[in-house]
Design a protein around this ligand. Structure first.
Ligand code: PGA
Length: 232
């Protein structure tokens, strides 16, 4: 039987501890799918307490030090957080994260025993210029296969826009990613209950990184159920 899909809910800068608690109290992940929630730092502890698997939205490359505004893998471990997202396009575009920084964060997190979802993806302009493969190649050049590493292919033009990549675009990008780094590859970018089945059914898609639709219990549950049904 094929390995279960991974559905990760990226809450971004939404939901403090009490909203996180309320979500978890109402959320019953279906069987046959690996579900991960990624709350903002202040809501990590409340989400861990619910018994759900929790990843952070970022992690630093040092264990401690003078790095204002950052958190370390050991701090996350102590809270019961078992993984981290690294290199989300919002981090790259709005907060100046570079491929080099992503490489250091990923390497340290893996070394420290965390799971990592590393994000890659081209902007709309890069796609129009025919540079998708070049961009993915550059972003993936800093990553190596690891049993606790997954990649999320998130075309920047599809994030939070309601526009998803077509199944053909997803399939092609995932095959390209897997050809460079042989790890599970999640699709991210406007995944919703009504498009999840089509996107998740594409060859090379091992799960989804869900933003907006993960904030609502009913829509996130529906996506998790779709993923479970596809692999059962
Ligand atoms: P979206 O976000 O599902 O709201 O497009 C995805 C992401 O940014 O991970």
């Amino acid at each position: 039987m094929k390995r279960a899909m991974l559905i990760a809910g990226n809450w971004k800068m939404y939901k403090g501890p009490s909203e996180a608690q309320a979500f978890c109290a109402a959320f019953a992940p279906p069987r046959g799918v690996d579900v991960v929630l990624l709350p903002a730092f202040p809501a990590l502890a409340a989400t861990v307490e619910s018994g759900t698997t929790v990843f952070a939205q970022n992690v630093h490359w040092e264990d401690e030090g003078a790095f204002t505004g950052e958190v370390s893998a050991s701090m996350l471990h102590e809270l019961g957080v078992v993984g981290a997202l690294v290199g989300h396009s919002e981090r790259r575009q709005l907060f100046g994260e570079t491929d080099d920084g992503v490489a250091r964060r990923v390497a340290h997190a893996l070394e420290a025993g965390l799971h990592v979802i590393a994000c890659v993806g081209e902007t709309g302009e890069e796609r129009e210029r025919g540079q998708m493969e070049e961009v993915l190649r550059r972003q993936l050049s800093v990553l190596q296969r690891h049993e606790r590493l997954a990649v999320a292919y998130e075309p920047v033009w599809a994030i939070g826009t309601g526009v998803t990549a077509t199944p053909e675009q997803v399939q092609a990008a995932h095959a390209f990613v897997k050809g460079l780094v042989d790890v599970p590859v999640l699709y991210g970018g406007s995944v919703k209950p009504d498009n999840a089945a089509e996107l998740l059914a594409q060859p090379g898609v091992d799960g989804a990184l869900v933003g907006g639709a993960s904030l609502d219990v009913a829509s996130f549950t529906a996506i998790c159920e779709t993923a479970s049904a596809l692999r059962s």
